[in-house]
Write a protein that binds this ligand. Structure first.
Ligand SMILES: C[S@@+](CC[C@H](N)C(=O)[O-])C[C@H]1O[C@@H](n2cnc3c(N)ncnc32)[C@H](O)[C@@H]1O
Length: 396
């Protein structure tokens, strides 16, 4: 049964409070779902019973994005899917430091509004969808931020407010043919750029990480953001929100950035250590910059893998010690794995047509053996394989 603004209001009432708390503490799993609903329907109308159960189940799922605070928040399934994870929203909200107000254009369940309000800003939370506005309001109340979050129903492309700074997180057009194109957004990037020129000079826009470099306007800054090694979004920044025009990779939770400055690095065969740059570094086009920063080289002109003779721990890459390497040869690989009594924990690939999982099944495996990764790639244009050992600080 779909959630409605009225149900969101009821979920915050004294009547719903005790059952919601109990269900949040122990949300029913699939097996207990029907019996829980049947029990609740003896006391509540079926839309209310279903809103209680859905909220408890979504709170559990939302823990991944919102941590402990999820157990006090309100969600619909779609708004949770679209919401910015709290640590990413907190990072993007930092750009608004020193401002006293901003608009959140397309606020959804309010994740970005809340992060801005936590920084002390007053936030005009704008959305066309009444359910999104009800969720934003409920979440602001639940987190004691209602005094600074002001939801309004409006079309963000026709601003009737005068706030020069804003964050925009457009929705995705589900029927678009090219889902990863800025025109597949609602509102589209072109509409948001028009808004930036006419009315909101200091604008941040959240976009999909597949944003092509040529779509970055000249005076803007583009920031690719990853969280725990997973690429989350690209943000475009304008006006006073720009730190430095150009492209940059930011990795969270470390909260450090690397700029792409178009440097060049040597290409040669791997040395003692193998570096896999974070996806934000790769998408921002900052792989060579990482190599220069750490004194590394590329192992192929077209592949984003790096190598070096030393291990420099870095938040911008995962690193393995290279135990052995060879031109692609399955028999050689199995001989070496057997000699090492190795257990292949992962097959990684870049620049190789081979499917990792079926390939892994063809490899020698010692059940409790030494954990290694096998990397299928190209080295100076030749198909190549590396055996790598995961590194721990104690092993240096
Ligand atoms: C991706 S969601 C925002 C998620 C939000 N940042 C969060 O973290 O919870 C996009 C939102 O934009 C809203 N939206 C799309 N077009 C809009 C428009 N023209 N005016 C106002 N809101 C719009 C949608 O209703 C949706 O709630």
């Amino acid at each position: 049964m779909p959630l409605t603004p009225d149900l969101v209001r009821w979920l915050q009432s004294a009547e719903a409070s005790a059952p919601l708390q109990a269900l949040t503490a122990a949300p029913p799993d699939d097996a207990a779902l029907l019996s829980t609903l049947t029990r609740l329907r003896k006391t509540f109308a079926s839309d209310r019973a279903s809103a209680l159960v859905t909220t408890a189940r979504l709170r559990k799922l939302a823990g991944k994005k919102f941590g402990d605070r999820a157990s006090r928040m309100f969600f619909s399934e779609i708004s949770l899917q679209q919401a910015s994870p709290h640590s990413v929203a907190r990072h993007t909200a930092r750009r608004f430091a020193g401002m006293d107000r901003a608009a959140d254009l397309g606020c959804g369940l309010g994740a970005d509004s809340l992060a801005l309000a936590e920084r002390g800003l007053h936030v005009l939370a704008v959305d066309l969808d009444p359910l999104a506005l009800a969720l934003t309001q409920a979440n602001a109340r639940a987190l004691n931020l209602a005094g600074r979050v002001h939801p309004i129903r409006a079309d963000v492309t026709r601003p009737a407010w005068d706030i020069p700074a804003a964050w925009a997180d457009p929705g995705r057009r589900t029927n678009a043919r090219r889902l990863f194109h800025p025109d597949a957004l609602l509102p589209s990037l072109a509409e948001l750029l028009r808004l930036q020129r006419c009315c909101t000079p200091h604008l941040g826009v959240k976009l999909m990480p597949g944003l092509p470099h040529q779509a970055v306007p000249a005076a803007a800054e583009a920031e690719w953001i990853s969280l725990k090694g997973e690429l989350k979004e690209a943000a475009l920044w304008f006006g006073n929100l720009v730190d430095e025009p150009g492209r940059r990779a930011t990795v969270l939770p470390a909260g450090v950035s690397l700029w792409a400055r178009g440097v060049r690095v040597p290409v040669r065969a791997p040395g003692g250590f193998f570096y896999e740059p974070d996806p934000a570094v790769i998408r921002a086009g900052a792989v060579a910059d990482l190599a220069v920063m750490l004194g590394l080289w590329q192992i192929d002109p077209d592949i984003a893998y790096l190598s070096g003779d030393e291990w420099t721990p870095t938040p911008f890459a995962r690193v393995w010690r290279i135990l052995d390497q060879h031109a692609f040869d399955l028999r050689w690989l199995n001989r070496r794995l057997r000699a090492m009594q190795a257990q292949v924990v992962a097959v990684k690939k870049r620049g190789s047509p081979i499917e990792p999982e079926p390939f892994r099944k063809r490899l020698y495996r010692h059940r409790s053996g030494r954990p290694v990764v096998v990397i299928l790639t190209r080295v100076v244009n030749r198909p190549w394989m590396l055996i790598g050992e995961p590194l721990k600080l104690a092993t240096v």
